[in-house]
Design a protein around this ligand. Structure first.
Ligand code: UFG
Length: 365
């Protein structure tokens, strides 16, 4: 009798594990509670993936969405990763987790190299050990450094000028070697200036500290504070820097397409993600004033160290190979969605969400 009940129990256990394993393919999203990660996680859930979201929640994110399994953890935690890979049928890892503040990377490079490079290598090592061999990497236009030509094509020389940009390039280089040696297939997506939000889902940009142009301008309007332009003497049409702003929803779409691309057996690649045209900081300020129907108090400051005057993507390769094209990146739409998110979800308005520091092995009801 005892023997029988034990075998029934084992059978139930095996069934429950295999039922997790045979569900929809899973995608592990590190940094999935962050800005670009959360938008991508949502899209992947929409596309029918089992979304496992791994995030340290170090940066004040408040992420609690029923369409994902949320795990609060460091992205290189061997024990947690092992548990995830043994429990879910993880088809691919999308790696968003990483420090992003360029200025901070100059002041504290050890922290950046440790987190963005060393820990990413650890993650890749554990993936390979569990035979998870598809990787979508959040890279950056920072790998190029100061442009020698514009718009930037993927074959532009790589001369990153900040530890942050070097971190991204180092991981890209490691990925090339891991592909050859271990058959790890990857797509490195080099983002230009991510912007915009999906306020209807409570998703948007909320870094702490915030250094990015659009959320800072919007907060300056809402909180009636001055906005400081860093440098008005650049060799550009109006003296301020020019950037290629890409809606975060378009970035999310590119991640899904990148995985589709790998799933078709295509080889590892890197792609620029931008629109192909740019706006100056002053133009962004003017557009924000129009969208918000408020006047900004604009003050001028010295140039910010390490800011290239112009960054504009050539997105042709992503279009031709992935079939990707920006659809939501019209500046007005970017600003409207970002504004709506900012007024609804300003940090002071966000109630803290409590996470248990344990692995949730099943989806929330
Ligand atoms: N800016 C201001 N005032 C502010 C904030 C920004 O004038 O308060 C200016 C910056 O000096 C820059 C432009 O707005 O000229 C855009 O700055 P962001 O910080 O929004 O974005 P970056 O272009 O510096 O950053 C982007 C990506 C990074 C990437 C970097 C490479 O977000 O991931 O390009 O240079 F590393």
């Amino acid at each position: 009798m005892k023997k029988l009940s034990l075998s029934i129990m084992l059978c139930i256990l095996a069934l429950s594990i295999s039922s997790v394993k045979t569900k929809n393919p899973a995608v592990l999203i590190t940094g999935g509670a962050g800005y670009i990660g959360s938008h991508t996680a949502y899209l992947m859930a929409q596309k029918g993936y089992e979304v496992i979201l791994l995030d340290s929640l170090e940066h004040g994110q408040t992420f609690d969405h029923s369409w994902a399994t949320c795990i609060k953890s460091d992205f290189a935690d061997k024990k947690i990763l092992k548990q995830i890979f043994e429990t879910y049928d993880v088809e691919a890892v999308m790696h968003f987790a990483g420090f992003i503040e360029v200025g901070e990377s100059v002041k504290n490079p050890i922290r950046f190299y440790e987190n963005n490079v060393v820990k990413t290598i650890k993650l890749l090592k554990i993936m390979i050990a569990h035979d998870v061999k598809k990787f979508i990497f959040s890279s950056s236009c920072a790998v190029y450094g100061n442009p020698q030509w514009l718009p930037l094509t993927e074959d532009h020389p790589k001369n990153p000028i900040s530890p942050y940009g070097k971190n991204k390039l180092m991981v890209e280089m490691a990925l090339q070697d891991f592909d050859k040696a271990y058959g790890l297939h990857y797509v490195a997506l080099r983002y230009f200036n991510a912007a915009g939000a999906m306020p209807e889902l409570g998703l948007g940009e909320n870094h702490n500290p915030e250094t990015h142009l659009i959320p800072i301008v919007l907060r300056a309007i809402i909180e009636k504070r001055p906005f400081y332009i860093f440098g008005t003497d650049y060799d550009t049409k109006d003296g301020s820097c020019i950037r290629d702003f890409i809606h975060v929803r378009d970035l999310a779409q590119a991640h899904w397409l990148a995985l589709e691309y790998l799933n078709k057996g295509n080889c590892s690649e890197c792609f620029n993600l931008g629109t192909g045209s740019g706006f100056s900081v002053k133009e962004v300020c003017n557009a924000v004033e129009k969208v918000c129907n408020h006047k900004l108090n604009i003050l001028q400051k010295d140039r910010r160290e390490g800011d290239p005057p112009m960054l504009i993507a050539n997105p042709k390769k992503a279009k031709e190979v992935l079939g990707w094209q920006a659809q939501y990146s019209d500046l007005e739409h970017i600003l409207k969605t970002a504004y709506e998110f900012t007024i609804q979800y300003r940090p002071s308005f966000i109630p803290p969400i409590k996470y248990d520091n344990y692995l949730k092995l099943c989806k929330k009801p």
